[in-house]
Structures are given as structure tokens and as C-alpha cells.
Design a protein around this ligand. Structure first.
Ligand code: BTN
Length: 267
């Protein structure tokens, strides 16, 4: 295990304890090597650069503060310095992309449940919600022979001072009523993801099916009315199920059914 810690002249407080992360990280593949940045524009951007330079599968980039964090559909992703988790993994999966979407969501969901009995669910395809408020967003970007999996998880602090987000977002601290060690959350997520990723890599069809089932059971989207934005296109209907490839099956008001493979979903 190695930790390369590039210099940075503006470390926010409290900084992540990298030694503690290395101690609790008992993963086979994910998280090695580990690169820590006190502050960086976006861990996904850095991970993509490293992937293009040939970084090993499992390389983890983690930061205390993102200055230009990126979310899905071109949105910015905001983090409170020293309070959230923002990290990215360089991956080279040998299985279809939709299983990485499911794996990442199930891994975070599982990790959050190890911390406490929280009302945690997955909003299709891979947002993690607690009591219907967003706790974690996942951005998967691929190019050439690599995939970057970026996870932003709201650990400590509160959105109470941010009225524009307070109704939509939450943190683990808000949900649990006490601060949570970010190092422990990171290790829990990576441990869970490492296990799932290993089974997917082994090309085990039964493992894929089991993952799909776990993901489907945890989706809060099924059975609810959804608004989906796909660029200029809006789709509104009842989410009735997901298909074997993970597409969301939406019944429109005119009775027709659509298999939705991408888009921004509101419940
Ligand atoms: C979303 O919009 O729900 C996805 C948010 C993903 C944010 C994470 S934070 C770590 C990684 N680096 C980024 O710039 N984005 C992802």
C-alpha cells in the first residue's frame, strides 16, 4: 500500500487522516495506490488524467476540498471544506457499464447502513437518499480504456445555512444527530465496493443477477411518479419497474411504456 501526498499550501481543517484510512482499508484492489490532495479542482478530472497516463486499476484520488467539483448533467457539485467526502477511482471494468452504476449505488447504500439504521434508499439510477434527501451523488465518466467513478458523500456539516439546498440535500451528521468520521465512511464504501467489484470482474452471471436484485429492491423510484429531463425532452409518468439492463420502465399518461436509460429524475 502506498500513499503519495502531493504538496499543497492550503490544507483545510480538519484534514483527512490518511494513515487511518490506510489502516482500515482492507480492500483487494480498490484504493491502491492512494493519492491525497488537500485541495483540488475535481478528483474525477485528476483521475482521468492519471488514467490516461496508465494509472493502475483501483487508484484512488481523495481530497479534503474540491474547488470545481462536477455533478451529473453538467451541474456543479458543492462540498464543505473538510466535512464531505469527495473521491474518485480509476477503473478498467471488463463488464457492462450498467453494472458499475448498480455496484456503486449498492456499495454506498450498504456502507451507510453499517453506520446506523437510517432510511436510506437509491434514487434511480445511483443517487443515495436519506429520508428522500440526497446524501450522495455518483459521477461515472468513461473514455478509451478506462472509467472514472467519482463519489461525493455529504458526511458532516449541515445544509441548514443553504436554503437553496436544504430541502433537497442532507448529511450523515444531520441524519444521525452526531458527527461521523469521514475515514470510517470512506473505508466502509470502498470495502463494500471492492467486494462487489471483485465478483463482477470474475464474470459471474449469478453475481450480476444478485447485484441487480439488491439494487432493484433498494430503489425508491419504483411505484412513484417521476419527472425525467433528458436535455430538451421531458418525460413524466409512473415508474413501474427496471428491466434486466437497469433501464427505468416508465408508464406515460397515455398508457405507453418507455425504457429510460438516462436522464435527471425528480420524484
Ligand atoms: C451528481 O450530480 O449526483 C454526481 C456528483 C458527483 C460528485 C463527485 S465528488 C468526487 C468526484 N469529483 C467530481 O468532480 N465529481 C465527483
Amino acid at each position: 500500500m502506498s500513499a503519495h501526498i502531493p504538496p499543497d499550501d492550503r490544507p483545510p481543517e480538519p484534514a483527512l487522516n490518511i494513515a487511518e484510512i490506510q489502516e482500515c482499508l482492507i480492500t483487494l484492489q480498490l484504493g491502491h495506490p492512494l493519492l491525497y490532495y488537500a485541495s483540488i479542482d475535481s478528483t474525477n478530472t485528476r483521475a482521468a488524467e492519471l488514467a490516461r497516463e496508465g494509472a493502475a486499476e483501483g487508484t484512488l484520488i481523495v481530497t479534503d476540498y474540491q474547488t470545481s467539483g462536477r455533478g451529473r448533467v453538467g451541474r456543479p457539485w458543492r462540498t464543505f471544506p473538510g466535512k464531505m467526502l469527495a473521491f474518485s477511482l480509476v477503473l478498467r471494468p471488463n463488464f457492462p457499464a450498467q453494472f458499475l452504476v448498480m455496484a456503486s449505488a449498492v456499495a454506498v447504500h450498504t456502507a451507510v447502513l453499517t453506520l446506523g439504521q437510517l432510511p436510506v434508499t437509491i434514487k434511480w439510477p445511483n443517487d443515495i437518499l436519506v429520508a428522500d434527501r440526497k446524501l450522495c451523488g455518483i459521477l461515472i465518466e468513461s473514455s478509451g480504456d478506462y472509467v472514472v467513478l467519482g463519489i461525493g458523500l455529504n458526511v458532516n456539516g449541515s445544509f441548514a445555512q443553504h436554503p437553496e439546498l436544504a430541502q433537497q440535500a442532507t448529511t450523515l451528521e444531520q441524519a444521525m444527530g452526531m458527527p461521523v468520521r469521514r475515514e470510517a465512511v470512506l473505508c466502509a464504501v470502498l470495502t463494500s465496493l471492492d467486494r462487489i467489484y471483485g465478483t463482477l470482474r470474475s464474470d459471474d452471471q449469478a453475481a450480476r443477477k444478485a447485484l441487480w436484485q439488491q439494487w432493484r429492491e433498494r430503489l425508491t423510484t419504483i411505484g412513484r411518479t417521476v419527472d425525467i429531463v433528458q436535455g430538451e425532452r421531458h418525460i413524466r409518468g409512473l415508474a413501474v419497474d427496471v428491466d434486466d439492463d437497469g433501464a427505468l420502465l416508465v408508464r406515460l399518461e397515455n398508457g405507453t411504456q418507455h425504457a429510460v436509460t438516462w436522464g435527471d429524475v425528480s420524484l
